[in-house]
Ligand binder design. Structure first.
Ligand code: TYD
Ligand code: MG
Length: 455
């Protein structure tokens, strides 16, 4: 007999407790712990008993392998983010804020796949089939030969799927709405999300079906029901973008079948998501002519170089606590650069209000952007614009040294392609053959000197 146990589970990190408490010891989240009734408690094996298992075939590492076939949707940005197409039997998690466009993206992707002859099933737990059809109308996809369903009970979903040949692709939108009637806890709780996902993934693996699972992200950036899902799936993609912007980025943060940090760029239009095949052009398109406080960073996202504009505003402040507002970049990293500018270059920024923005709604995570951030800050402070047609990259160390970064050649090539003529880069960078005028830096204060107002 299966024993039912009650435990208290943190909905943020999945930690379990015997008793309720107000704050999770592991992730420090308040009010995230709720009571859940699960099957068999810890899930630890209770011994294997006398029956014997199946013999596993062991192969040598040097023996020939079969690389998995990939299924392409033809939407190049989607295929790129998935690491070059979907692998049969794999499970993908597509996370993102509510309303960012996950359902739209997946409907477009599976419609494209079904038009290529793959059998696709789209199960929505959030919308009725009529609503999904209305969306398909808007996206001009009503002619795609795919199957739609609206269900939330896991048993119903699996029973329905088992009546027919397993589909090549299955979308579950979203995992937070699916529930297993084996558990007492409410849909969207850790136990439910974990159990439903495990069942669905087991189905996908045994049938060779590609499983696309949509998961909503909670306020603090974890998928609700949360990180527990990330390690269960083969690929984790996040669909991100700023509310006010039409650009959306599909970023892979984990991929068992391809590189991570790969991005696909889309634009949300009135008729769905359209691909952006040259994102640098798009992120730079609104750039005003040389103004102080703006610098162009030559970055790398996954395997693709990407130029983005970094904007800074330094404003004097007489209040005790200066304001720091950062969009698209790590605020801890900004604090570090400000400290280095203060301590090593004597800039005295610590009392000023500072605003930093990565244009276009992109999130930059590379330390290689340090130099561009510093240039934007220094330029805003001095009022001297960064010369137009100039790109910048380089990492800044606490000592005030400027360090070389990886893939410099690809960064410079992209800049050249987009009509830039000059690059401010670290000493010791392997620039390769380039038509750009290169200026090298070894220390941060050399960059500061560049922006000193003419006396
Ligand atoms: P949706 O795919 O429903 O988001 P999610 O599944 O991530 O919650 O997209 C929601 C938003 O996208 C909605 O506010 C309307 C907008 N949208 C467009 O701008 N154009 C379109 O063609 C579609 C279908 C949606
Ligand atoms: Mg949705």
């Amino acid at each position: 007999m299966v024993k039912s146990t009650t435990q208290f589970v943190c909905q943020s990190c999945g930690a379990t407790y015997r008793k309720w408490q107000g704050r999770c010891d592991q992730c420090q989240e308040w009010s995230a712990i709720i009571e859940e009734t699960g099957l068999g408690g810890s899930g630890r094996p209770r011994g294997l008993g006398p029956s014997r298992g199946r013999k596993i075939e062991l192969v040598g590492l040097d023996q020939p392998s079969i690389s998995p076939p990939r299924m392409l949707s033809g939407i190049a940005e989607f295929d790129r983010a998935t690491g070059g197409g979907l692998v049969s039997g794999s499970a993908l998690l597509i996370g993102g804020d509510p309303g960012i466009g996950k359902s739209t993206l997946l409907l477009q992707a599976v419609a494209a796949l079904s038009k290529r002859g793959h059998h696709c099933v789209y199960i929505s737990g959030e919308e009725a089939t009529a609503q999904v059809q209305m969306r398909a109308d808007r996206l001009a996809l009503r002619d795609a030969p795919m199957d739609l369903g609206s269900a939330t009970n896991l048993r119903d979903i699996l029973t329905t799927l088992d009546q027919k040949k397993p589909p090549a692709v299955l979308v579950i939108d979203s995992i937070q709405t699916v529930f297993s009637d084996q558990l007492d806890s409410a849909p969207g709780t850790v136990a439910q999300v974990r159990a439903s996902a495990a069942e669905l993934i087991a189905y996908a693996k045994s049938r060779g079906t590609i499983m696309l699972i949509v998961g909503h992200v909670t306020k603090d950036g974890q998928i609700a029901g949360p990180r527990v899902l990330e390690h269960m799936v083969d690929t984790v993609l996040y669909f991100e973008g700023e509310r006010g912007h039409q650009y959306r980025i599909l970023r892979s943060v984990k991929n068992r079948f391809g590189g991570t940090d790969e991005i696909g760029v889309f634009e949300m239009t009135g008729i769905g998501l359209s691909e952006v095949s040259n994102p640098s052009q798009l992120f730079l398109s609104d750039r005003a002519s040389a103004v102080a406080g703006s610098a162009v960073f030559a970055g790398i996202e996954g395997s693709r170089p990407l130029l983005v504009e970094i904007q800074a505003l330094v404003a004097s402040n007489s209040a005790a606590n200066p304001r720091r507002a950062v969009v698209g970049w790590d605020s801890g990293r900004l604090a570090m650069i400000l400290a280095v500018l203060d301590a090593r270059c004597g800039l005295g920024l610590s009392g000023s209000d500072i605003y930093l923005n990565v244009a276009g709604g992109l999130k930059v995570g590379e330390p290689a952007a340090d130099m561009a951030v510093a240039a934007a800050l220094i330029s805003s402070m001095s009022g001297v614009p960064v010369p137009q047609e100039t790109v910048i990259f380089g990492e800044i160390s606490l000592s005030g040294d400027v360090r070389p970064v990886t893939q410099a050649e690809a960064r410079l090539k992209e800049a050249e392609k987009l009509g830039f003529t000059k690059a401010l880069i670290p000493n010791g960078t392997k620039a390769g053959a380039t038509g750009l005028c290169i200026e090298n830096f070894g220390r941060l204060h050399e960059l500061v000197d560049l922006f000193a107002p003419d006396e």
